[in-house]
Design a protein around this ligand. Structure first.
Ligand code: HEC
Length: 185
C-alpha cells in the first residue's frame, strides 16, 4: 500500500478543482472481493444445491426436534408430549374416537356440556392445561359424577384423548351448559 507519487496519478476527470483519479484497486481489496465471491459460490453449492451439509437453520431445527422427541419419550404424559400429539393427525383421529364414544355423552358432541361441564368456555373447575385435562380423563372425579377412564382406555388413548380435547374442544367458546368454576384468560 505505498502512496502513489503525484506523477503516477491518473486524473481522468476534474470538476470544481476536484480531481477524480483512475487508480488500480489495491490487491488486498480485490483479494477480499474475489475471495468472498468464490466462498459464496462454494457455500451455495455445499449448503443449498447439493445438500452435502444441512443449512444452519435446518441443522438447528433437526436438533430441536430431536431434543423434543427425546423429552417426549422420557415422559409421554407431560404437557409437552400432549401438545406434540396435537400436531399429529393420527393421534388426533384416535383421540376423537375416544371423545365421541366416551366423553361426548356427558360433555356434548362438541364439548358444550350436558351432564358434565362445558369444556369450550373460559370457566374451569379443575384447570384447563394439558396436564389438567389428562388428569381429569385418567382419574376422573368419581364423587362428582365423572368416572376415571385411565384404567379402562389405558394411558396411550388417554393422552391422545387429551390431545384431541386440547386441539379441538378447549377454547371453542360454544354456547351450552352454564359456566362452572373460575374464569381463565
Ligand atoms: C358420566 C359423565 C362423564 C363422562 C363420560 C366424562 N365426564 Fe368429564 N366431567 C363430568 C362431570 C360431572 C364433571 C364435573 C366434575 C366436577 O364438578 O368437579 C366433569 C369434568 C371434566 C373436566 C374438568 C372440567 C373443569 O371445568 O375443570 C374435564 C377436562 C373433563 N371432564 C373431560 C372429560 C373427558 C375428556 C372425557 C372422556 C374421556 C370425560 N370428561 C368423560 C362428567 C363426565
Amino acid at each position: 500500500m505505498s502512496a502513489t507519487s503525484p506523477d503516477e496519478r491518473k486524473v481522468v476527470h476534474v470538476y470544481d478543482d476536484i480531481e477524480e483519479e483512475d487508480n488500480h484497486l489495491p490487491n488486498w481489496w480485490l483479494a477480499i472481493l474475489i475471495g468472498s465471491i468464490v466462498f459464496s459460490f462454494a457455500y451455495w453449492f455445499v449448503y443449498h444445491t447439493t445438500g452435502l451439509r444441512p443449512t444452519p437453520l435446518a441443522a438447528y431445527r433437526a436438533d430441536v426436534a430431536a431434543l423434543v422427541e427425546a423429552r417426549i419419550r422420557a415422559n409421554p404424559t407431560s404437557p409437552e408430549a400432549i401438545l406434540a400429539l396435537t400436531r399429529s393427525p393420527e393421534a388426533l383421529a384416535e383421540g376423537e374416537v375416544v371423545w365421541r364414544t366416551t366423553c361426548a355423552a356427558c360433555h356434548g358432541q362438541q364439548g358444550e356440556g350436558v351432564i358434565g361441564p362445558n369444556l369450550t368456555d373460559r370457566y374451569w373447575i379443575h384447570g384447563h392445561g394439558p396436564e389438567d385435562i389428562l388428569k381429569a380423563i385418567t382419574e376422573g372425579f368419581p364423587t362428582k359424577g365423572m368416572p376415571g377412564w385411565g384404567p379402562i382406555i389405558g394411558p396411550e388413548r388417554s393422552v391422545k384423548a387429551a390431545a384431541y380435547v386440547v386441539a379441538h374442544v378447549v377454547g371453542k367458546d360454544l354456547p351450552g351448559r352454564a359456566p362452572q368454576g373460575e374464569p381463565v384468560d
